[in-house]
Design a protein around this ligand. Structure first.
Ligand code: WT7
Length: 650
């Protein structure tokens, strides 16, 4: 059994949090479990800035969701930006809201709450001038510049719905997302920068919009490089935003009005747009950001994710700003200009809370302790991780080398769908175990189903479901409620199915074991194997493809593609690179197959279904445990796949 790591005294000391002791945690769990609707209603009154406070909490459940979304606080009215900005003007107008660290070390900008409020109002006025109003969709395709957060908040100010698309996605992916959301306006920048390299953003937008029109493209100038211009459609940010007026009345929204759409990968080839609504989402991220991290007024908080993913939405923008915190936006990568970058950042800005991904920790640990020890990390108090299971070795490295055992590690399990943290240590409260996400947030009711679909009581391993709605839960899939129901609420009637496997130990601690569906998690990027497969079969040479994940030391999972070529095609040595070029074009720069195995055929049942279980076992290096092969149409194909895999260089 693994060890338990107590919360260091200096982490607990001086916590102003309402949940700063085990007794307070247990009390919150008892209340939120007995009366979730009432508990969260009180929290919503206390933590959010309302125009009209709601009079009730939850309406609906996991049965009625088959017909229509459940709601939280649905007679309340607010504008999300009043919680994130306006209410801080009286108390912390001059406090740094956004601390931006550019791609080059030391290049930084600070925006106070007064600055941010003004910039958001200006951007909102400019967007209104471009025709954006309540309910309209706006796609944001930007890098890590403060203007990305300003753009998101400007949409929220207008009651418009943003859909941020990660700046690594290809033109094809961007076009699909623009089309699916029906966006009127797209906001981008000339170029991004990452690790000393330019990231073409406007050029990709131009490509994406060749056969998908929007009314306007608002372009923020960041690097100053030359861009193509479509007169009548393209508008420079610096020409319309600065003079647009320093105040803007916040649009009054219903609690359940949409706040944003964020696309994420699932089991099919088509990403789904999860819809989050105003009040429930805001409450969830406000509450968890403060409670999990024990966020304090003098903290310098740094979540080094990208705003293009849910982590950036919830824990760079909405959560920290709602709490009046100083939030960092980091444009670069952990290894630029060298693997000391994070620790240099920590030393220079006296960062107290650092939130990153296991894959970055594993990559950095490979350089040894030297680059860490070069810098002063004494300001750190809380070390967070997110995005994938963290192996105990990486956890210990974070705790012992980075934090010198003075900090607590919070391994936060959650998803795009959950809006915010679900199973996580609470920094000043929860004794941790390396590799475990520990215990549920109050009111979150995890349920583990075993192999025979029975609910497990006590320790055991199975599939992770949640028994009751919480305010931050995504309400639907944009334009396709049927798919939302199908994906999350049909496998286990009356429960939300997460898609993850989990083990619960004798202390009730949860250990996430990874996805149990056809989603893979590569360096914290969530991708559907079906997306890779449809990209690969779009290449002329490819007849069929099946893609699975396999364990990878740094990336968590690597991508293994079994490819059947068209008759007569021989796999030339440059074919893998060409096929990866296709994946890059169809999906994006982060979509890369690690291992290509060219096979004579795929293992299929007699009805023609690919037996992915077999392919997964082979890629995991466990060909001895393939299980029952009697339903295969052509068992011979398996031995040739096993033989071929043995030749593959991992
Ligand atoms: C999937 C969700 C959560 C924001 C970033 C990713 C995996 C996430 C953990 C963790 C083990 C984790 C799960 C989950 N995951 N956090 N702490 N331990 N696994 O959001 O892209 O929606 O991916 O990431 O498999 O289902 P996402």
């Amino acid at each position: 059994m693994s060890e338990t790591v107590p919360v260091p005294d200096r982490v607990r000391a001086g916590s102003p949090s309402k949940i700063a002791s085990r007794a307070a945690y247990l009390d919150a769990v008892a209340h939120a479990t007995a009366d979730p609707s009432g508990y969260w209603l009180h929290q919503a009154w206390e933590r959010l800035q309302w125009r009209t406070p709601p009079t009730h909490g939850l309406k609906g459940d996991y049965h009625s969701v088959l017909e229509r979304p459940f709601t939280w606080f649905d007679d309340g009215e607010l504008n999300v930006t009043e919680t994130c900005l306006d209410r801080h003007l009286a108390t912390r107008a001059d406090k740094t809201a956004i601390l931006w660290e550019g791609d080059e070390p030391g290049q930084s900008r600070r925006l106070s709450y007064a600055d941010l409020h003004r910039e958001v109002c200006r951007a909102a006025n400019a967007l209104a001038g471009l025709g954006v109003g309540k309910g309209d969709r706006v796609v944001i395709y930007m890098g890590m510049v403060p203007e990305a957060a300003i753009a998101m908040l400007a949409c929220a100010r207008l009651g418009a719905v943003h859909s941020v698309v990660f700046g690594g996605f290809s033109a094809d992916s961007l076009r699909d997302r623009v089309a699916d959301s029906g966006a009127k306006v797209l906001i981008t920048q000339d170029e991004g920068r990452r690790g000393g390299k330019p990231v073409p953003l406007k050029a990709v937008v131009d490509d994406a919009l060749r056969d998908q029109a929007v009314d306007k493209v608002l372009v923020y100038r960041h690097t100053g490089s030359a861009v193509n211009w479509t007169a009548g459609r393209d508008v420079w940010w610096h020409e319309v935003v600065p003079g647009a007026g320093d105040t803007r009345k916040a649009e009054v929204c219903n609690a359940e009005d949409p706040l944003f759409i964020l696309y994420t990968s699932g089991s099919t080839g088509k990403p789904k747009g999860l819809l989050h609504t105003c009040a429930g989402y805001l409450l969830w991220v406000t509450w968890t950001c403060q409670v999990t991290f024990d966020l304090r007024d003098d903290d310098v908080y740094a979540c080094v994710a990208d705003v293009g993913w849910i982590t950036g939405h919830s824990y760079i923008v909405y959560g920290p700003l709602a709490n009046g915190a100083t939030t960092t936006m980091f444009e670069s990568i952990p290894t630029y200009p060298d693997p000391g970058r994070y620790w240099d950042l920590v030393q220079r800005h006296r960062i107290t809370i650092l939130y990153t991904a296991p894959t970055a920790l594993r990559a950095l640990a490979a350089y040894g302790d030297g680059p860490v020890k070069k810098y002063d990390r004494s300001s750190l108090r809380v070390l967070g991780t997110v995005g994938e299971p963290i192996n105990p070795d990486a956890w210990r490295w974070y705790h012992e080398v980075v934090g010198e055992e003075r900090c607590t590690v919070v391994d936060t399990w959650w998803q795009t769908e959950t809006g915010g943290h679900m199973i996580t240590p609470i920094a000043p409260v929860t004794a941790t175990k390396p590799g475990s996400a520990t215990l549920p947030v109050p009111g979150v009711l995890p349920v583990v189903f075993d192999g025979r679909d029975h609910i497990l009581v006590g320790p055991g391993e199975g599939k992770l479901c949640i028994a009751h709605p919480w305010p931050g839960q995504a309400r639907t899939v944009w334009g396709d409620h049927e798919r939302y129901v199908q994906t999350y609420f049909t496998a286990y009637k009356g429960y939300y199915f997460t898609g993850d496997g989990v083990r619960r130990d004798k202390d009730g601690y949860y250990w996430i074991t990874g996805r149990v569906d056809d989603v893979i998690n590569v360096s914290g990027h969530r991708m559907g194997t079906a997306e890779f497969e449809s990209a690969l079969v779009s290449a002329d040479e490819v007849a069929e493809a099946a893609v699975v994940g396999y364990p990878h030391d740094v990336k968590g999972q690597g991508v293994w593609a079994y490819v059947v070529l068209q008759p007569g095609t021989v796999p030339s040595h440059d074919l893998p690179a060409r096929l990866n070029g296709v994946c890059r074009k169809v999906i994006g720069a982060h979509a890369r197959v690690d291992i290509f195995q060219f096979v004579p055929g795929l293992p299929k049942t007699r009805s023609g279904k690919v037996m992915r279980r077999i392919l997964r076992k082979v890629a995991e290096g466990m060909p001895e445990s393939l299980g029952d092969l009697s339903t295969l149409a052509d068992p011979g194909v398996v031995s040739s796949i096993v033989d071929g895999a043995a030749q593959v260089q991992r």
